[in-house]
Design a protein around this ligand. Structure first.
Ligand code: SF4
Length: 234
């Protein structure tokens, strides 16, 4: 793809958001509030601040992430809505009393990420998701728009953005940094499943280290035709 500048990429997203709005489509964004998530949230705040931002509050996040999302919400003026699993933490342990993330992280992600996302999707037409092709093998196969059934779409506006573009945008708009980045965390999710760069040398390896797992399920479960990550039943 021909290299376009950040303004061109940003304008393309703004145009797409305007198109959805003109068509009466109801959109939402999901975000994990990592530093690399911020350009998308900032673009939303500039061009479509009425679009709600959903945060999957698994109950296992770092305190720094819980605080950082409030910092970003206040600074960007975006509406952040927490969603949590309908299954209580008491119901998220195996026969040995261990949380499912210990031996069955797919099922833990299903309970804490996939299940709570279902009613959110049901209420909207468009799911705006900031995945990038250069993040995982699965994401490299995605299209800018993916059908989810029932006329719903996932829109991936950042798909062709590179790490450098993310960095350049953050620098241009002086966006803040997730506080754990300075401590060596480059890919930040739930505490039990995240390792710092000092412990793992590749950024995505900072998640589910030592396992073949690369996705939490919300990226794969809801794309029509995908069957990469079906939650294992305990
Ligand atoms: S990332 Fe880990 S703790 Fe979080 S929902 Fe998935 S398995 Fe559970």
């Amino acid at each position: 793809m021909e290299e376009l500048n950040l303004t061109s990429y940003t304008n393309q997203i703004a145009e797409k958001l305007a198109t959805y709005k003109a068509a009466g489509k109801k959109a939402f964004v999901s975000s994990s509030f990592q530093s690399h998530s911020l350009p998308l949230l900032h673009i939303i705040s500039r061009f479509a601040p009425e679009i709600p931002v959903y945060f999957l509050n698994t109950g296992f996040h770092f305190p720094e992430t819980m605080e950082f999302r409030h910092v970003i919400g206040d600074r960007f003026g975006i509406q952040i809505i927490d969603v949590s699993s309908p299954v209580s933490k008491a119901g998220q342990r195996d026969g040995q009393g261990k949380f499912f993330f210990v031996n069955n992280p797919d099922h833990c992600c299903y309970l804490n990420k996939v299940l709570p996302m279902e009613p959110v999707i049901a209420q909207h037409d468009i799911w705006i998701n900031g995945v990038r092709r250069d993040q995982t093998k699965f994401r490299s196969t995605l299209q800018e728009e993916e059908t989810m059934g029932e006329g719903k779409l996932r829109y991936h506006p950042m798909l062709d953005w590179t790490s450098k573009m993310i960095w350049d945008y953050r620098k241009e708009f002086n966006l803040p940094e997730h506080p754990l980045e300075a401590k060596g965390y480059l890919s930040i999710g739930c505490m039990p499943c995240t390792r710092s760069f000092a412990e793992n040398q590749e950024s995505r390896e900072g998640r589910w280290a030592g396992m073949s797992k690369e996705e939490c399920g919300i990226q794969t479960e809801f794309v029509k035709g995908s069957s990469d990550t079906k939650a294992k039943q305990p």
